[in-house]
Design a protein around this ligand. Structure first.
Ligand SMILES: [Zn+2]
Length: 242
């Protein structure tokens, strides 16, 4: 907390004087072009690793970068906050891209691997059910990733499936007005990987991959999941033990 408060003073003294105009312009309104959905983990800093400025990203952060599925009539099957952010960013801010970004050594993935029933905190235990469909797809890694990191990547793709369950998202994708992207941040190297549909894996975002990402977002990836998911989701809800 001390560092946080000292930082405010440092910002006021050293940075604000040179940025007053920029902040005055920002006060007139926001115009981000992307919704960025990331984990709450303190080590994941999109504004640092993606060199973004205030005003560039509309951000949702929660434990495990999760999106509850859509249920009846466009309503979320769980907490409405993520769905509300999706609706606001699409309908009001008119964002064109949604990025779901997972990361290495994710505590939420460790907890899922250990088993949700071992978690004592009731809300955390309940929330992590949104990652269980990803856990059910976990198989021994063929690319050297640890189980927790492989699960984190599967979870990114799972949450993209959940995103796609919202009629509003489907509608905008069908019109060519919205693209979905799966990213994964490696803490130890600060490298960012993007899911490459053709390669069926996450690929380091270098210059070549950046060009591909901008021209070919995830459109058709389906790990045998869409129909399976609809059958499984209610079951997950019912098998919750609070
Ligand atoms: Zn995390």
């Amino acid at each position: 907390m001390k560092k946080l408060v000292k930082g405010i003073i440092e910002f006021r003294q050293n940075i604000l004087p040179e940025s007053r105009e920029k902040f005055a312009r920002m006060a007139l309104g926001q115009k981000p072009d992307s919704l960025f959905i990331a984990c709450s983990d303190s080590r994941v800093a999109p504004n640092v690793f993606a060199s973004t400025d205030p005003g560039d990203l509309f951000v949702v952060r929660n434990v495990g970068n999760m999106i509850p599925c859509c249920g009846i009539a466009g309503h979320s099957t769980a907490d409405e906050s993520e769905a509300a952010a999706i609706e606001f960013s699409i309908t009001t801010l008119n964002i064109k891209d949604i990025i779901v970004c997972g990361h290495s050594d994710c505590g939420a993935m460790h907890a899922l691997l250990a088993g949700r029933n071992t978690i004592k905190a009731p809300n955390l235990r309940a929330w992590l059910r949104h990652g269980e469909p990803a856990l059910s797809k976990l198989t021994p890694s063929e690319n050297g990733l640890s189980p927790v990191n492989l699960l984190s990547q599967l979870n990114v793709l799972q949450q993209i499936e959940h995103l796609r369950s919202y009629p509003l998202v489907q509608e905008r994708i069908a019109k060519g007005e919205l693209n979905l992207h799966g990213w994964w941040f490696e803490l130890s190297t600060a490298n960012v990987y993007a899911f490459n549909e053709a390669a069926d894996t996450f690929v380091l975002i270098d210059e070549a991959e950046a060009n591909r990402t901008l021209s070919a977002p995830i459109e058709t990836w389906d790990p045998g999941g869409a129909s399976k998911k609809k059958e499984n989701e209610p079951e997950n809800e019912q098998t919750l033990s609070f």
